[in-house]
Structure formats: structure tokens, C-alpha cells
Design a protein around this ligand. Structure first.
Ligand code: SF4
Ligand code: SF4
Length: 211
């Protein structure tokens, strides 16, 4: 049965024409699933907002970290998987560190990103989603991430180069790459890690494929 929700920490007042939100049909199922899969203490969150205040990029998120946790409690799966937040998050774990209740905010956002990556929902931040996938591909191939190889692989993905040219960011990024190359911070070559096989296995398993 649906229950209306008045969430004081998110939006206590509805704007004209705005739809009333309900607890997700399978709210408990989603909450239990996320808690079980991340070992996060989601039910313990009391919306103190310390996670959001500690987050260096919350300004760029459409659903703030403390709201992500509230959405999980309410079973608002679709909103989360369609959000920019899951792609903007840097996985820096500041939110997890500052949370007094061991909710594991960073781990939950990372997990939601993985669920979104395996779903048919188009990512709100397309370039960040492609970057995320490319990062994992490069990691699984050589067991470590070489920035030069990563950027080469990223720019080779469909539409990335043309979108960079269109946005006017290409020149700035190339100049930055050149500066890093000159300072020796960008190395064109790197050796493979001895753990490549294990990392590749974990990568394949995370995609739900049999090794
Ligand atoms: S810091 Fe922890 S308890 Fe506070 S709002 Fe964030 S997740 Fe909830
Ligand atoms: S892990 Fe993500 S949500 Fe948490 S503080 Fe860092 S950027 Fe913000």
C-alpha cells in the first residue's frame, strides 16, 4: 500500500503542479537489497547532513548524498538511477568518514552506479558513464590504470572526441595533458601488474559473467 511522504529534509513544500511522491511500491525490498549488498546501515540514517557537508562535489549533484540515503529508504530506485549524482561522485569517501552512523554513503553510491551501468536506463552524465566504463576496462586489461592509456582509450570511444570538440574543451584538455607529459606526470608506458589475472576475474564477475 502506498503511503504519502512528507520529507522535511528534502522538500517540505510541493510546488504548484509538482507530483506528490509516494513510497516506492517495493520500498522495503530496495532498502533491504541495498543494505544487504553494501553492508550499509541505511536504516540508521537520521538526516544530519554531515555527509553532504563533507562532500566536495555536492554542489554539482541533483540528489545530495543525505538525500540519496533517504531515497533508498523510500525505495525511489528510478530517481536514483536517473540522477547525475551517481556519476558525479568521486568515490573520495569523505561522506563515509564523516557519517556518525556507519551508513556507508560512498559505498552505496558506488553500488547504485554499478546497478545503473547494468540497467537499460540512459545515464544522465553520458561522458562520465563512458569514462567510468573505460576506467574499468583499462584496469582489467593491465591490472593498473595508466592515465595516458586511459585518456587514449576514452577519446577513442564513440562520440567522445566530437563532443569534446563541440563543447570547446578539447584544446584545454590537450594543453593540460601536454603540461603533465612535460613534468613527467603522464607516462605513455607502464608495466602490467602481477595481479592482472585476479583483477580481470573480479571485473568479469562484477558484470555477472561466469569466469
Ligand atoms: S552523515 Fe550519515 S546519518 Fe547523517 S545524513 Fe549522512 S548518511 Fe545520514
Ligand atoms: S564519495 Fe562521493 S558522495 Fe561521498 S563525499 Fe566523495 S564525492 Fe561526495
Amino acid at each position: 500500500m502506498n503511503t504519502t511522504v512528507m520529507d522535511h529534509n528534502m522538500s517540505s513544500e510541493r510546488r504548484p503542479g509538482e507530483e506528490r511522491k509516494f513510497i516506492g511500491d517495493r520500498g522495503d525490498y530496495f532498502l533491504n537489497r541495498i543494505q544487504g549488498e553494501t553492508n550499509g546501515n541505511v536504516s540508521a540514517c537520521y538526516q544530519c547532513e554531515r555527509c553532504t557537508n563533507a562532500c566536495p562535489v555536492s554542489h554539482f549533484m541533483d540528489i545530495k548524498p543525505h538525500q540519496v540515503i533517504r531515497y533508498v529508504q523510500l525505495g525511489w530506485r528510478e530517481d536514483l538511477l536517473r540522477s547525475s549524482t551517481i556519476w558525479v561522485c568521486l568515490s573520495c569517501e569523505m561522506c563515509t568518514t564523516y557519517c556518525p552512523n556507519e551508513v556507508r554513503v560512498a559505498e552505496i553510491i558506488n553500488h547504485l552506479r554499478n546497478i545503473a551501468a547494468h540497467s537499460s536506463i540512459a545515464p544522465k552524465e553520458k561522458q562520465l558513464a563512458v569514462f567510468h566504463r573505460t576506467f574499468l576496462e583499462v584496469l582489467s586489461k593491465s591490472g593498473r590504470v595508466n592515465e595516458f592509456r586511459l585518456m587514449k582509450a576514452f577519446y577513442s570511444k564513440p562520440h567522445i572526441l566530437s563532443e569534446k570538440i563541440k563543447s570547446g574543451n578539447l584544446k584545454e584538455e590537450l594543453l593540460l595533458g601536454l603540461a603533465l607529459l612535460k613534468k613527467g606526470r603522464l607516462k605513455p608506458f607502464s608495466t602490467r601488474s602481477k595481479l592482472t589475472k585476479d583483477i580481470r576475474k573480479a571485473y568479469i564477475q562484477s558484470r555477472g559473467e561466469i569466469v
